[in-house]
Write a protein that binds this ligand. Structure first.
Ligand code: AMP
Ligand code: GLY
Length: 422
């Protein structure tokens, strides 16, 4: 079986390495991939959101299955394109991917089907939004651009002036283009955050092991929001009782809601949850595997990933018994100095083997390139260093031990991944 992976980050690298474990997978290719992915899959220079280019590549390389990992091609309808051309594809349809691509759509689904989430209203006018915020009089208040905004479309405004600035930027100055023509204004929630990824074929849903992301750039959850600086799995706040409550009040109702709306969701559905004093609530849905959650969840999977992927695509997930390892995983992201703002590229990375790996850990390449046989930096998040252990402390120690041996000019990482868990 030949699989084409669409994307170029650490998530895609983790998916490729897990799929490669199965002897049924004879060839893995990736577009566009990166320097480290190239050690595990042949990479082709086709951009992830180039639909005709990806179809031509899949045809030319005789791909049996295309795995669409990132949000942009999903929102553009890449998965709808392949079956029409006789190629199987993993991921939601364009209509189902709206659950991530439009926050207005997602909030509408939750309101209509009684799925717990922050109280909200939708606006196209900054003046109307400000009137609503003044009437509510509760701060902080959260302002979100409707569409995809590279993780930068959420502003937690501490007062009216900050809310006004965010609304102006989105609705009047067009900061996020069409993504910000409508905004969701919502109540600020508190509590530990949990990420739960789930396989679903549109009818059956199988949650994966829970995880915790660390989104801020600096230790102590300070600094700017990033794509994610590190993860641990399982998430200790996510008890069995909470998991059962989420299944009943959030996961299954969401799957049924999507069916009922005529856009069943097949693929990986990501629940970003907050465990509030009033129970678990949805902060956001993603229509894909999370990054860097995937890098700690998949290493704990004990069932061949390709078997689950096949079952999802063929609509027979109910037939599969998915097993997890009784272990812990931790991933520390090494980022370029300056990320998530301006950063340099092309810095030589030392401490990796010729195959881009290191002893005792798995290295997932996010932003690297190969330059004359050397790995160099080529993005904001550069590497994810993942360790597994019998306890979270052991997993963290393994990961951090390896992190200390890898370096490049300006390297930055958080030293407190998983600290909130002990
Ligand atoms: P997102 O870009 O949608 O992943 O949101 C970024 C982060 O903003 C989330 O991980 C939360 O920490 C925070 N956030 C989003 N919505 C809310 C909310 N209603 N209350 C509190 N924090 C929120
Ligand atoms: N780690 C959060 C995300 O993938 O959006």
């Amino acid at each position: 079986m030949t699989i084409l992976m669409v994307g170029s980050g650490g998530r895609e690298h983790a998916l490729i390495r897990k799929l490669a474990e199965s002897p049924r997978v004879t060839r893995l290719i990736c577009a566009p991939g990166n320097g480290g992915v190239a050690c595990d899959a042949e990479c082709f220079p086709v951009s992830a959101d180039d639909l005709p280019g990806m179809l031509a590549l899949a045809r030319r390389e005789n791909a049996d299955l295309v795995f669409v990992a990132p949000d942009d091609p999903l929102a553009l309808g890449m998965v709808d394109m392949f079956p029409a051309n006789g190629i199987r594809a993993f991921g939601p349809s364009k209509a189902a991917a709206r659950i991530e691509a439009s926050k207005v759509f997602a909030k509408g689904i939750m309101a209509k089907y009684g799925i717990p989430t922050a109280e909200y209203a939708v606006f196209e006018s900054a003046a109307d939004a400000l009137t609503y915020i003044k009437e509510k009089g509760a701060f902080p208040v959260v302002v979100k651009a409707d569409g995809l905004a590279l993780g930068k479309g959420v502003v937690i405004a501490q007062d009216l002036a900050e809310a006004a600035a965010a609304l102006r930027a989105m609705l009047e100055d067009g900061k996020f283009g069409d993504s910000g023509r409508r905004v969701v204004v919502e109540e600020f929630l508190t509590g530990p955050e949990v990420s739960v990824l789930a396989f679903t074929d549109g009818v059956t849903l199988a949650p994966m092991i829970s995880s915790m992301d660390h989104k801020r750039a600096l230790d102590g959850d300070l600094g700017l929001n990033t794509g994610g600086m590190g993860t641990v799995a399982p998430n200790p706040y996510y008890t069995q009782e909470i998991a059962a409550e989420c299944m009943e009040k959030i996961f299954l109702p969401t799957v049924r809601a999507m069916q009922n709306e005529g856009c069943p969701f097949a693929g990986c559905l990501y629940f970003g949850l907050m465990l509030t004093p009033n129970g678990p609530k949805v902060i956001e849905y993603n229509a894909r595997f999370g990054d860097p959650e995937t890098q700690v969840v998949l290493p704990l999977l004990d069932t061949p990933l390709i078997d689950i992927v096949d079952a999802v695509v063929d609509g027979r997930l109910a037939d599969i018994d998915i097993k997890w390892k009784d272990a812990h995983a931790a991933c520390v992201v090494l980022a370029s100095g300056g990320y998530p703002e301006k950063y340099g590229k092309g810095k030589v990375i030392s401490g990796l083997n010729a195959d881009g790996q290191a002893s005792n850990v798995e290295i997932f390449h996010a932003g690297t390139a190969l330059d004359g046989g050397q790995f160099v930096t080529n993005g904001g998040r550069v590497l994810g260093v993942m360790g597994v252990g019998d306890t979270l402390a052991a997993a963290l120690e393994t990961a951090y031990c390896a992190v200390e041996k890898i370096s490049f000019e300006g390297v930055h990482y958080r030293t407190d991944i998983g600290k909130k868990c002990s």
